[in-house]
Design a protein around this ligand. Sequence first.
Ligand SMILES: C[S@@+](CC[C@H](N)C(=O)[O-])C[C@H]1O[C@@H](n2cnc3c(N)ncnc32)[C@H](O)[C@@H]1O
Length: 245
Amino acid sequence: MKGEIKAHWNGRAQDYDKNVRQVIYSNREREAWQKIFVQALSNEHLKILDVGTGPGIVANLLVDLGHDVIGVDVSDGMLRQAMDNSEALHHSLEFVQGDGERLPFESGTFDAVVNRYVLWTLPDPKRALVEWKRVLKPGGRLVVIDGTWYMRNKPLNKQLWQKLSVLLIMLTERRVPHYQDLNDDIRDNLWSTNLKRPEADEDLLKSIGFKQIRIVNALNKRLLTNLDYLKNGHSGERFLISGVK
Ligand SMILES: C[S@@+](CC[C@H](N)C(=O)[O-])C[C@H]1O[C@@H](n2cnc3c(N)ncnc32)[C@H](O)[C@@H]1O
C-alpha cells in the first residue's frame, strides 16, 4: 500500500506542483492561508515540521511567517519540486526524504507539526498521529488540514454539482476539466473515504491524548471566491483540526 501511494505521488509531482503553485503566486489565496496558519499557530518564532510537504507550498508560507521549517516527504519527485520552489523564492529551508509514520527526528524536537492534505492518504492514521506527537515538544501543537475527498458513496447533490461545474468551467475558462480519480485499490483501502470527518479525526486525536482540540470547518468558503467555490467546492469540504501535546 505504501509503495502504491509513493508511486502515485511521484507520478503526480509535476502536475500537482503546477496546480498548487498558484497558492504562492496568487496573493488572495496566499493571504487566506497565512491567516489560517497565524490563527492556528502563534506569532512567535517556531520550529515547525511540515509532514508530507509535497512541493513545499505550506513550508514556504510558514517561512514567510517567520518560522524555521523542515519539510519531510516520502516522494523524491515531490521533494525536487519543493527544492525548486524554495530556490525560486530565495528561501533556505531543509527538506528530508522520509516516512511520516517513522520520522527521522528525535522525540520532542518541534514546537509544531503541521500537515496539509496528507492524513487522508495514510494507511494507518493513528500510527502517524502517535509519531507526530512523539516529535512534538511538550505543549507543542499539531495542525492537520485535510478534506473529504474521494468519498465512497458521494451524495447525489455533489454528483449533480460536479456535472454543473463542468459546464461552468467550460463557459468561464473555455476548457474541459479533467477530474483525475484515485486508483480504486487505493481508494477502497483508505480509512478516510468511508468515515465522517472531521469527527473521526477528533476521535483519533482524543484517543492519542491530544488536548485543547480545535476544529475549524468550511475552509473552502474562506479560501475560494464564490465563483471558484461553485466550480470546485463539490470535490470535498476542507477543515482544520489541531491539538496540543
Ligand atoms: C496531496 S499531497 C499534499 C502536499 C502538501 N502538503 C500540500 O499541501 O500541497 C500529499 C503528500 O503526502 C506525501 N505522503 C504520502 N504518504 C506519505 C508518508 N507516509 N510519509 C511522508 N509523506 C507522505 C505525498 O508524497 C505527497 O507529497
